[in-house]
Ligand binder design. Structure first.
Ligand code: BJW
Ligand code: ZN
Length: 226
C-alpha cells in the first residue's frame, strides 16, 4: 500500500519526538516541577500565573533547541519525496519535522517558536527579558500554540481535514489520540476509505478503529517500513 499509494496522510504526536529526548505529555516523564502539562497548557493557567507558564515554555524551548530530529522524522521526510500527494499533520509544536526536511507540514497545534500577544494577537520575534515579555500594547506575549479550549488555526485545520479525507493510507504515529479534534481525523480518514496504520508503543484511544498496528518505537519502525 505504501509503495503504490498516491495520496498519503500522516498524523503525528509527541511520541515521534520521544526518541529525540523530548518528553511526551501523558505517561511517564511528562512532569515539570510537579505540574501536569494539562494544568499548564490552558488559557486559564496563563491568566492565573503567566510567569510559571512562560517559564515552562522557556524550559521546553531549551530542550527542543538541543534536540535533533530522529530516524522517524527523517523517514517521513523521505516518504514525502516519493508520494505525489502527501500531508504531514502534526500535533507537535517542536518543529522537528521541519528540521528533518519535511515540507508539507500542517501544524494543527501551532509552533512553540512563535510568540503572539495575548491581548492584541500581534506576532513578535524580539523578546524583552521579562517573564513573560510584553507586547508594545502592554499585553503579555505567549507562545503561538493552541491551548485547551482554543480554536485550532482554521486554514491549517481545513487542510488537515481535506488531506485526511482523501488519503488512501494514513499513518498514525506516536499519539495517544485523546485530544480532539485532531484524534477525530483517524476515524474520519478511515470512513473515507483510507487504510489506517497505527505506530505506537502501546494501544491508544483509536486502536480499535484502525486496520493495522505496528507496536514499537517509531524511530525503528518508520525506517523499516519506508
Ligand atoms: C511512542 C513513543 C515512541 C511514546 N514511538 N510512540 C470532543 C470530545 C471531548 C473533548 C473535546 C472534544 N472536542 C474538543 C474537546 C476539548 C479538548 C479535548 O480534546 N479534550 C480532551 C483531552 C478530552 N480540545 C480542545 O480544547 C481543542 N480545541 C477545541 O476543540 O476548540 C474548539 C473551539 C472551537 C471554536 C472556538 C473555540 C474553541 C484544543 C486542543 C489543544 C491541545 N493542546 C496541546 C498543547 C499544545 C501546546 C504545547 O505543546 O504546550 O497539544 S495539549 C497536548 O496534547 C498537545 C499535544 O499536541 C496533544 C496531543 O498529545 P499527543 O501528541 O497525543 O501526546 P501524548 O503524550 O498524549 O501521547 C504520546 C504517545 O506516544 C503515547 O501513546 C505513547 O505510547 C506514544 N509513544 N514514545 C512511538 N518512541
Ligand atoms: Zn499586543
Amino acid at each position: 500500500m505504501l509503495e503504490t499509494a498516491k495520496r498519503i496522510a500522516v498524523l503525528t504526536g509527541a511520541g515521534i519526538s520521544a526518541e529525540s529526548g523530548i518528553p511526551t505529555f501523558r505517561g511517564a516523564g511528562g512532569l515539570w516541577k510537579n505540574f501536569r502539562p494539562e494544568e499548564l497548557a490552558t488559557p486559564e493557567a496563563f491568566e492565573r500565573d503567566p510567569a510559571t507558564v512562560w517559564e515552562w515554555y522557556l524550559w521546553r524551548r531549551e530542550l527542543i533547541a538541543k534536540a535533533e530530529p530522529n530516524r522517524g522524522h527523517r523517514a517521513l521526510a523521505e516518504l514525502e519525496e516519493r508520494t505525489p500527494d502527501f500531508a504531514l499533520i502534526t500535533q507537535n509544536v517542536d518543529a522537528l519535522h521541519d528540521r528533518a526536511g519535511s515540507r508539507r507540514i500542517l501544524k494543527v497545534h501551532g509552533d512553540i517558536w512563535t510568540n503572539r500577544c495575548q491581548r492584541c494577537a500581534r506576532e513578535t520575534e524580539t523578546l524583552s527579558g521579562e517573564r513573560p515579555p510584553r507586547c508594545g500594547c502592554g499585553g503579555f506575549l505567549r507562545p503561538g500554540v493552541v491551548w485547551f479550549g482554543e480554536e485550532l488555526p482554521r486554514a491549517v485545520w481545513q487542510e488537515a481535514e481535506r488531506a485526511a479525507g482523501r488519503a488512501e493510507v494514513m499513518l498514525v504515529v506516536g499519539t495517544s489520540a485523546q485530544v480532539y479534534p485532531a484524534a477525530g481525523l483517524v476515524p474520519y480518514a478511515r470512513q473515507n476509505g483510507a487504510m489506517v496504520i497505527e505506530i505506537n508503543l502501546e494501544p491508544t484511544a483509536v486502536s480499535n478503529s484502525v486496520d493495522l498496528h505496528l507496536w514499537g518505537p517509531s524511530g525503528e519502525i518508520l525506517p523499516q517500513i519506508i
